[in-house]
Ligand binder design. Sequence first.
Ligand SMILES: [Zn+2]
Ligand SMILES: [Zn+2]
Ligand SMILES: [Zn+2]
Length: 415
Amino acid sequence: MEFIADFHLHSKYSRATSRNMDLENLDKWARIKGIKVLTVGDFTHPEWFKTLKEKLEPAESGLYKLKYSGSPTRFILTTEISCIYSKKGKVRKIHIVVFAPSLEVVDKINAHLGWIGNLKADGRPMLGLDAKELAKTVLGVSEECLVIPAHCMTPWFGIFGSKSGFDSIEECFEDYSKYIFALETGLSANPAMIWRIPDGRKTILISNSDAHSPAHIGREANVFDTEISYSAITEAIKSKNPQKFLYTIEFFPQEGKYHYDGHRDCGISLSPAESKKYNNICPNCGRPLTIGVLNRIDSLADKEEGFQPENVIPYKSLVPLAEIIADTLGITVGTKQVDEEYKNLIKKFDNEFNVLIEAPKSELEKATLPEIAEGITRVREGKVKVEPGYDGVYGKIRIFSKEEIKTPFRQGTLF
Ligand SMILES: [Zn+2]
Ligand SMILES: [Zn+2]
Ligand SMILES: [Zn+2]
């Protein structure tokens, strides 16, 4: 059965998250988005873990569902841990996603990690723990666990990040490298970029939303064609089998917060070539620039841009539906018209991924304004312009040019 999965998000117990990040809303939004298998996130947090034990019941092997609900949503158990430690004379800050096959295994992992740091302080706990030691601990509890470096390229907290990362999986995980089957792309990088570095081809690339609010779940995701169970999913990842792991769903990487280099306080955004000209120093204030993902890939790559390796899982670049509607109407996400049109399309096509990926243009044209149907089609064809994100500032998607939005014809049809 073909289905969509998202393995990384944060509950209401993580910092800077929506208070709506509870199981009921995750379940509801998984159905709106068209996600079959969704992580609960933050399983190390004692309060959240208690809620999971109370409200979930076993479904297919290694997966869970909400008790007393006929919902098709299946929950998988993953969490993110922030490892902060020093190695070879440098401070390292690495985020790691851990998969676990059951609540019993989670219980044991939490007991081990609870000795090392305060799991209550944050849904994504900060531990003074070497990432390699984390792998050793987790895999020591159960070999069915997966250990996957999160948003592998981001400057802070990516395993390959420019600020506090490493140059290779080997340098970070040493003899545990053979257990690192996958890397998470993160929003600011896509598979084509990461295939240029050796570890990006050795491993498999997965994509997740890292959502902090319900409406963002599935903004990046993974599409499988397997039996629905924990072991079928993790085997599809480990075996890198394109018959079972069909493709990933990606942001246009320029839309991510760390695609370009720059300095947010000064509003300075630079391409890698421009940063080089300025010796990686902000031309406005003289402080060091935050070196983004594109630049960092250039320095680790052994292949040219556009290199297409064999035996990789393909991907599709998408833009969230609310953003497409907003750009088409020339207004912002969160406004009433965008919400209404979003709801209209979900009602007609069941879920967001059906609208973005499956629905034929002719059907979309019958269901919504022709301009919105055109916007969705342009995204599918990759015909978008993006102002790249930098130093924590999201990039901006432009599907229609300013001239197109201003034409009186469009204004007439839209309002
Ligand atoms: Zn993270
Ligand atoms: Zn996260
Ligand atoms: Zn500056």
